[in-house]
Design a binder for this molecule. Structure first.
Ligand SMILES: [Zn+2]
Ligand SMILES: [Zn+2]
Length: 86
């Protein structure tokens, strides 16, 4: 049984849509980007995936919106994204 549940962040679409409430008046623009929770796969963490990082193997830490996110490797799975069995 390796069937993965749909990603809860994007509902399984693999995409993340957001409205741009920009400073310019006018119609709102809808933007679409890849879901970072599932890397665009639309799949959630499976039973073999690390529960700490949801199988991603790394964390994104955003301190400033304008900065590029800092990537930290998950310490629980050492960046593999796989559940570590003791
Ligand atoms: Zn997702
Ligand atoms: Zn992990």
């Amino acid at each position: 049984m390796s069937e993965k549940p749909p990603c809860t962040s994007c509902g399984g679409s693999g995409k993340y849509t957001f409205m741009d409430f920009g400073l310019v008046p006018g119609p709102l623009e809808q933007h679409e980007s890849e879901c970072i929770s599932c890397n665009g796969t639309g799949k959630g963490p499976g039973p073999d995936d690390c529960p700490e990082c949801d199988g991603r193997g790394k964390w994104w830490t955003c301190s400033h919106p304008d900065d590029t996110p800092d990537v930290e490797y998950c310490k629980a799975c050492h960046g593999t994204g796989k559940r570590v069995t003791a």
